[in-house]
Structure formats: structure tokens, C-alpha cells
Design a protein around this ligand. Structure first.
Ligand SMILES: Nc1nc2c(ncn2[C@@H]2O[C@H](COP(=O)(O)OP(=O)(O)OP(=O)(O)O)[C@@H](O)[C@H]2O)c(=O)[nH]1
Ligand SMILES: [Mg+2]
Length: 304
């Protein structure tokens, strides 16, 4: 097995062992009964695919089973695998600005993994010989700026920041201007995940998005929503709120390695219709992978 696949398999072992691992028991060699369908549907819901998606998958499989004359439950395994894969898009290449710098905003609820993901993306772009600049637009928490600065020092990436409680829009604006002056290829702007109220947060993000466009027409070139896959269906609600305020262009899944609920990926695809670009499979900077749907399916189905 190649390296990418084994990384996904290891990263997804919680998901494959808990929810999807039981597929093997449900789909034994006995005949398909009503109970088989009920158990399979319950499993998909537990794996966090969401009720709508789970029901849809079951209905499709039931049709397939009828059309193909499947009798034994284990004959459903490959049908399930194919059905899950068909619900994910092919791997997406990340497209950025035609001419540098590309400005990327990272948004998401507090603790979702934005700052860590900024570091991981920074390392990835450095490895592609790109000049990277960080902007610390989470001015609400002093520790947030420090956290990004620690990563900046470790990776030798400069960080533009402001005074505590200063205007995040101003920090974002300064970061883009500095990026232009310093010939940066990629500008990664980390934002706050929590303010006094959610309304304030969304207003602030809208402002950051707007101000960045003033500093550089066409920016931001990407707004990536970092979603914590351990929080399950709640994350979908939050994603909708972010998407209403800023123009989210893609999703980064964090903490797939600590989540037993990797099925959220299907709900995101089905309900948010946003491309899934990267996945966090651990806490180290090297633990960010381009979202690979085939490796993902292999990973969650490793146990059956
Ligand atoms: N296991 C694992 N942990 C992760 C991953 N991504 C982030 N984390 C951890 O999640 C915690 C929160 O990450 P942060 O990057 O600080 O999250 P944030 O969204 O910036 O949080 P706020 O700044 O409070 O909004 C940290 O302990 C990270 O190490 C991942 O892919 N896997
Ligand atoms: Mg942060």
C-alpha cells in the first residue's frame, strides 16, 4: 500500500473501527432481511452521515439489490463502497490567484483548528517554494497571536499582527499590504473563532473579507472553512452560518484522526455542496493531506 493510503488508513482508524467496523457484522453471509437494512441505516446515521444522506443511500442500495437480485448481505459490501465513493467528488486541485500574492482567509468556530491549519498550510506552501506571510487577525485573544507567532518562528514565516483588541480588519489590511511589498506568494490570514456574540463574529469576518479586497482587488482568493470533524452534525449548522456571512470557497476537515465520525464528510458534500480540499490527520505540521476521496473510502472501510 502506498504512503498516502497508509496515512489515511492510520488517520481514519477511529472512524473505521467504531462505526464502519460494524458493517462487517451487519453484512455477514446471511440473507438480506428488513433488519439488515435497519441496522445499516442506523450505522450510517451513527457514523454522522446525517439522516437525509443515510436514508438516501439505503434507498439506492435497496434499488440496486432488487435490480441485481442480490440475496446475501455480504454482496452489499461492494455496492455500499461504490455508493459511498460516488457521493464524493474527485480530488480538487487548489486554484489560487493568477498572479501572486494569493490571499487566503481561514475561518471557523473557536477550537476548530484554524491556527494549526494555517501552520500546516504554511509548511505546505513553503515546500512548494512559495514565499508565505501570516496575518494574525484574531485580535480578540492575546494567546491567539502568540500561537501563530510560535508557528511563524518555527517555520520561518513572518507574522503581521496588531495590538490586542485592535481592529482585525486593519490587521488583515496591513498583512495584505505587507505581503505585496515583500513579494509574498501566499498570504494566510488567521481569524477569530469567538467574539462576544456570534453576530459580532460574522460582522467582523464580513469586514475582514471586504477590507482585504480594498487592499488588493480580487482578494480574498479563497475563504477556507476549517471544520472540526469531532463535533459531528453541529459543525454543519455552524458552516451554514459562516457561509451566509462570507463567501466560503472550500472546506478543510480537521481532526479526522481523533474523530470516530468521519461520515460527516458525506453530509458536508450532500448538504453544503462545498468542495473538500484538505484533511487534518494529526497535530503535526506534516499532518495535512490534500483530500483524497479514494484514500478516504479505503480508510473508513479498512475493517471490512
Ligand atoms: N488530532 C488533531 N488535532 C488537531 C488537528 N488540527 C488541530 N488540532 C488541535 O486542535 C486544537 C485547537 O486548534 P487551534 O488551531 O488552536 O484551533 P483554532 O480554530 O485556531 O482555535 P481558536 O483560535 O480558539 O478559534 C489544538 O490543540 C490543535 O493541536 C488535527 O487535524 N488533528
Ligand atoms: Mg486560533
Amino acid at each position: 500500500m502506498n504512503n498516502t493510503f497508509s496515512k489515511w488508513r492510520d488517520g481514519l482508524s477511529k472512524t473505521s473501527k467504531s462505526a464502519f467496523g460494524r458493517v462487517a457484522n451487519i453484512l455477514g453471509t446471511s440473507e438480506i432481511t428488513d433488519e439488515t437494512w435497519d441496522d445499516l441505516e442506523a450505522l450510517l446515521i451513527q457514523a454522522d452521515l446525517g439522516i437525509a444522506t443515510a436514508t438516501d443511500i439505503i434507498e439506492t442500495l435497496q434499488r440496486n439489490a432488487r435490480d441485481l437480485g442480490l440475496i446475501r448481505a455480504d454482496e452489499l459490501k461492494s455496492a455500499l463502497r461504490a455508493e459511498l465513493r460516488s457521493r464524493l467528488d474527485d480530488q480538487k486541485d487548489v486554484t489560487l490567484a493568477e498572479s501572486p500574492p494569493s490571499v487566503i482567509l481561514l475561518v471557523g468556530v473557536n477550537g476548530s483548528g484554524k491556527t494549526t491549519t494555517a501552520a500546516k498550510l504554511g509548511a505546505r506552501f513553503l515546500a512548494q517554494d512559495k514565499k508565505v506571510l501570516f496575518g494574525a487577525a484574531d485580535t480578540f485573544r492575546a494567546a491567539a497571536v502568540e500561537q501563530l507567532q510560535v508557528w511563524g518562528e518555527r517555520l520561518s514565516i513572518n507574522v503581521i499582527s496588531g495590538q490586542p483588541e485592535s481592529d482585525p480588519g486593519a490587521v488583515a489590511y496591513n498583512t495584505v499590504q505587507a505581503g505585496i511589498a515583500r513579494d509574498a506568494d501566499v498570504i494566510l490570514i488567521d481569524t477569530a473563532g469567538r467574539l462576544h456574540t456570534r453576530f459580532n463574529l460574522m460582522q467582523e469576518l464580513e469586514k475582514v473579507e471586504r477590507v482585504v479586497g480594498k487592499a488588493l482587488p480580487g482578494a480574498p482568493h479563497a475563504v477556507w472553512l476549517v471544520m472540526d470533524t469531532t463535533t459531528g452534525q453541529n459543525a454543519l449548522q455552524q458552516a451554514r452560518a459562516f457561509n451566509e456571512s462570507v463567501n466560503v470557497t472550500g472546506v478543510i476537515l480537521s481532526k479526522l484522526d481523533s474523530s470516530a465520525r468521519g461520515g460527516l464528510v458525506f453530509a458536508i458534500r450532500n448538504e453544503l455542496k462545498l468542495p473538500i480540499l484538505f484533511a487534518g490527520l494529526g497535530e503535526r505540521v506534516s499532518d495535512l493531506e490534500v483530500f483524497n476521496p479514494d484514500a478516504f473510502i479505503e480508510g473508513i472501510m479498512a475493517e471490512f
